[in-house]
Structures are given as C-alpha cells and as structure tokens.
Design a protein around this ligand. Structure first.
Ligand code: 5GP
Ligand code: MN
Length: 348
C-alpha cells in the first residue's frame, strides 16, 4: 500500500506553491536516529536550503558516532540538550512547515511529541513504516519502500526538482538507502532502489567512502563487546527457530558500550542457519529497548505491536517494555509456543 500526495494534481500544485516563497521549516525524524532518519533529515535539509528556506533539523535525541560524519550534522539541534531545547521549541512553534521523516506514529519523537502536536505548522509525513497515524496534511508514504530516503528521492522526482539533488543531498539519501536495505540485501531492495542508487552515484558521491564511514569505523571496545555478545550471550532455540540476546546496564558499562554500538547486533542472531526471528533486549535508563528481525513472512512488526508496544516493518521492528530485563525476556520466551507453528513453517 502507498499514499503519495503528488498523485493528486491539486495537492502537488498546493505543495509547490507552499515551497515557492521562503518558509520557516523544521525537519524531524525518530528518536535515536539511524542512517535513514538522519539521511532523510539532512538530505532534505540540504535540498530545501537551495530553495532559500530557513530550515532546521531537530532530532528528538542525540545521535550515534557512526552517522556523525554526515554533511550538515553539526547544524542539527538535539532536543534533549538543555541549551538547544528552548530554541528548538520556539522553532517548532513558529514553523510554517514541519516534515516528519522516517516515523509515522508521533510517539516516536519522544519528548518532542507535545511541541509537534500543538504546532499549527503544515505537517508533511514521509515514511515507510507500517500502520501510520493520520496527523499530516501531506503524506508521501509507502510501506514497501526500502527507506524514507528512497521516498524523498521519488517525491523530489515527482515534483520535478531533481536538479536540486547535489552531492550532499545525494550522499545523505544514499546513506539512508544503504543502511535501511542492509547494504542492498533485504527483501525491500527493488529495481527502484538500484535505479535511485545509480542516479545518486551519478551526482558524484563516493559509495566506498560512505560504506567505510558507516561500517568500518569500529572502536576496539565495540568489537570486544561483539566478541562477548557472540561467545557468551547469543542463544539459539532450534525448536522455535529463534535467536535472542539480552544485556543489562552493567554489561554495557563493563564493555564501555556507546550509543549505536549495539546497532546491527540483532542481525547476527538471524544469520544462524534456520533462524526465522532474532531479538535483542537492552536495558536502558528508563526502559528495555527491544529490536526484532525476521525472514520470510513472519511479521515482527505485528509481533512487537501486539506484545511490546512497538512496530516497524514486517522483517525489522522495535519495541519497548517497562518490566525488568528478566521479566521482559521471560515474557518473550513464554510467547514462543503460541508462535511455534508460524515460526517453524517458514520456507527459509
Ligand atoms: P531498530 O530495531 O533498528 O531500532 O528498529 C527497527 C525498525 O523498527 C526501524 O524501522 C524503526 O524505526 C522501527 N522501530 C523501532 N522501535 C520502534 C518502536 O518502538 N515503535 C515503532 N512503531 N517502530 C519502531
Ligand atoms: Mn527507515
């Protein structure tokens, strides 16, 4: 399913009129931004600046080191930063347009939710997550899209504004596509994804440099933690075709684990031959953060929505729990018998 506001000539014309004169624009994505969240925010930021708008990216939280090299990243306001928050609140309140990127339920912006909700700005939603909420005036949404960055490219194409995709915009959009497709690996890697990636390369970006900055800048601590995780913490329940790990705050501290260091770890569980679902439970200050991955038709988005207040995509979803780490893992394990039939009947 998809919904592109550009399919309606009226909405498309209205949108182009909206962008004609300089506007105050706020761009935001989900908390704990990943490559697609920052790729779409910073890509659109670099694009809209060329159209002479006054644009600010406001992130609900700070970001991990692996995306800290992106063009424009130093201009991002972190809503959780005490100095930045009053400025961010004023920008949101006075914004003419707010772009909501890479999320479609407002709760995903955490503490920013109230400010965004109460702003009278025109809201534009560009996203590829399942079960979107209906709060936006303009929607460019497709649950089949590999990345929000793919949708931004398609929207710019529909608007006839491709000439404004310069090298910085292209670098950001390529980053989001690369990270959200698992380096062109996931099921969402379509002909369109490859076409867009090719056209972005044509803008002069350096795919090798982007890959190395994203994936080959590990700290030794992160690799030691990975070693510990794989050797000591990875469980595989063959009878359910399920892998899982869990980590307490103390373990993370012991390995000097930083924000973003656990990113991608869940995929190791899914790389075990026969695995259909992988889960990782991480004890954060205020909750247990959960990541789920799956293959074939087992929908972790549905699983997480039904049991762990989360959602996402069919094969990649997140969730949370206010129970203790042990109780959360126990709840997960107790759910497995109910899903045994569905898990074990997947073709993989
Ligand atoms: P990750 O496991 O990498 O945090 O997230 C996997 C996917 O699920 C991402 O597309 C992410 O945006 C989405 N996601 C993560 N956590 C949540 C959540 O709590 N709620 C919803 N609706 N989606 C989530
Ligand atoms: Mn995304």
């Amino acid at each position: 399913m998809h919904q592109y506001f550009t399919d309606s000539q009226k909405q498309k014309d209205d949108f182009l009129v909206l962008l004609k004169e300089p506007k105050n624009i706020v761009l935001t994505a989900h908390q704990n931004p990943d490559g697609d969240a920052f790729g779409s925010s910073l890509g659109l930021w670099a694009f809209l600046k060329q159209l002479n708008h006054n644009v600010t990216v406001i992130s609900p939280t700070d970001h991990a080191d692996y995306i800290a090299w992106m063009p424009g990243v130093n201009e991002v306001l972190d809503f959780q930063d005490d100095k930045a928050q009053p400025i961010a609140k004023e920008l949101i309140e006075k914004a003419d347009i707010i772009f909501c990127l890479d999320f479609s339920s407002l709760g995903r912006v955490g503490e920013m939710e109230e400010s965004v909700k109460s702003s009278s700005a025109v809201k534009v939603l560009i996203d590829h997550h399942q079960a979107p909420e209906t709060f936006a005036d303009y929607v460019f949404w497709n649950e089949k899209a590999a990345a929000t960055c793919e949708l931004i490219y398609l929207m710019i194409e529909e608007l006839g504004l491709l000439k404004y995709i310069n090298k910085d915009v292209a670098t950001c959009l390529y980053t989001g596509i690369l990270t959200d497709t698992g380096s062109f690996k996931f099921d969402s890697t379509s002909i369109t994804v490859h076409r867009i990636a090719g056209e972005l390369i044509d803008k002069g970006i350096n795919p090798n440099a982007i890959n190395r900055r994203l994936f080959d800048q590990n700290s030794i601590d992160r690799l030691r933690f990975l070693g510990y995780a794989l050797k000591e913490k990875l469980n595989f329940l063959k009878e359910y075709r399920v892998s899982y790990f869990y980590f307490s705050k103390e373990e993370l501290v012991a390995y000097n684990s930083k924000k973003g260091d656990t990113e991608g770890l869940v995929n190791y569980g899914l790389s075990i031959s026969g695995a259909v679902m992988s889960a990782i439970f991480i004890e954060r200050d205020d909750m247990i953060k959960i990541s789920f991955r799956s293959v074939d038709d087992f929908s972790v988005s549905e699983f997480s929505r039904n049991h762990f207040s989360g959602g996402g995509h069919k094969n990649a979803a997140g969730g949370k729990s206010d129970d203790s780490l042990e109780d959360t893992v126990k709840k997960f394990l107790e759910l497995l018998p109910t899903y045994k039939e569905e898990l074990t009947s997947q073709p993989s």
